[in-house]
Structures are given as structure tokens and as C-alpha cells.
Design a protein around this ligand. Sequence first.
Ligand SMILES: O=C(O)CCC(=O)C(=O)O
Length: 255
Amino acid sequence: MAILNSLYQSEGYCVYRNFFEINQLQLLNKILHCFHKNWLAQNQEAYKNGAINSAYISQQSSSPLSTEQRTHLFQFIAQQKLIGLLKTIIPEEACFLNTQLFFDPFQLNQKNYWHRDIQYTNIPESDQFKTIQKQQVLHFRVPLKTELGIELIPKTHNCWDTALELAVRKGLDNHQVFDHLPNSKTIDLNAGDLLVFSANMIHRGLYGQDRFTFDILYCDNNSEILKYATPDCFPNQIQLDQVDCPEIFTHNTLS
Ligand SMILES: O=C(O)CCC(=O)C(=O)O
């Protein structure tokens, strides 16, 4: 645990090989495929227009999942093994934020894009560095099969872009958002591995191999982040009673 914390603090990410037994992922895999099949049927246009992920996997309304399946999702998200790690990074009042499911684009030659998650908020760019120093948003990536993984720039959770990184990330001055960036690290992943990385850092997904990967987002108890959480994606009291660490769903101030 201490190893995760110090590596994460200095590099912005940490990978745990064989964190899960494959049989611990079987039911999750089945549930996510059920969600994905329904998502594809409902979102053909978005998929054909380049979508590479869905979100709100645990939401109640219009869900293709049964109550038991949603309960299993909550049990997975709030299991002691994951939350123990999370608490080495956010010791106090770590919260659940959302889930995402990443897959390959419809057009296999679609290019990926460098980004920091914060660039998709309405926080002015001039305030974004100050903001990421004050707030933690973490991706816990759980691949369900072998994938090329994520490419990230270590340490950028703690420092702002170089001129080149900014130009590439924003596609300025004849740069493209998918151009090569120096000092990057590629983390390929297998089923059973866990990758923890900061949403604040510069990163991009690597498409291919028909990837199918589940990201759980956790954050600190900060209303500026938690305004993006959706109450419909949270467990009810009966479900809270069935998870290891219910507090990750209840620290926040959502009504
Ligand atoms: O895997 C991907 O395509 C991108 C992942 C990502 O950018 C993210 O999790 O924020």
C-alpha cells in the first residue's frame, strides 16, 4: 500500500499486475457485456461517429441490468481490496464519482488524443493548473482482456504542460492531438491487472485488440468534482448494506 502511495505521488500512476484473480472478473465481465450490448443498440450513431466509451454503467433508470447485477457492480466498486488502495492516496473521505467502459472505435484507423480530464470542464485554462493541485480524480482501470493500454506522461499530475505538450494537446500551431510526445510511458495491460492513474495527468488511450476495459473514477470529497456525479448511479440503502465500504458512496453531499 505504501508503495502505491509513494509511486503514485511521484509519477501520477501505479500498475498492479495480477491484482485480481480471473474468476473475480467473470461476473463483472458478463454484466459489462450486457450493458455494452444495450449501449451499442441505443447509440449506433454516436458509435459510428467516433465514440470510444460509455459511462454511467451503474445508473438505475433505463438500465439493461437487473438489481442483482447493479448490486454486484457496487460490490465490485466498493470492495475492500480497491478501497484500501484508494485510501493510501486519499486517506480521508474518498468518494465514488462514476464509471466508464472503454472500447475500440468503429473505424479502426481513428486517432486517439492526448488530454487531461480537466480540459473538458468549464474551468478556464488559466485556472486549471491551480485546480488540479487542489483536487484528486483517479482512474482505476480494470481491463477485461489484453489491451495496448494507456500512454501517459509521468509526473504531469504535478506540473503543467511544456510548450510542446500544450500545443499537441490543444492541436495548435500545426500540431495534431495524436502527435508523438517525448517522455511518455506506455502501460499495456492484461485481464487481472489494475492501473491507477491520475485524471489530472496528460494521457491518451491506445486503441486496438478489441479492447474492453472498465474504469472506476474516485475523487476526494470536493463539491466542484462531485457536481459531476449522478445520484441515479449510486446504490440505495439495501445495496449499501451489501458492500464492503459504503462510505465511498455516502461522504459526498449529493442529495
Ligand atoms: O482509454 C481511452 O481511450 C482514454 C482513457 C482516458 O482518457 C481516460 O480514462 O480519461
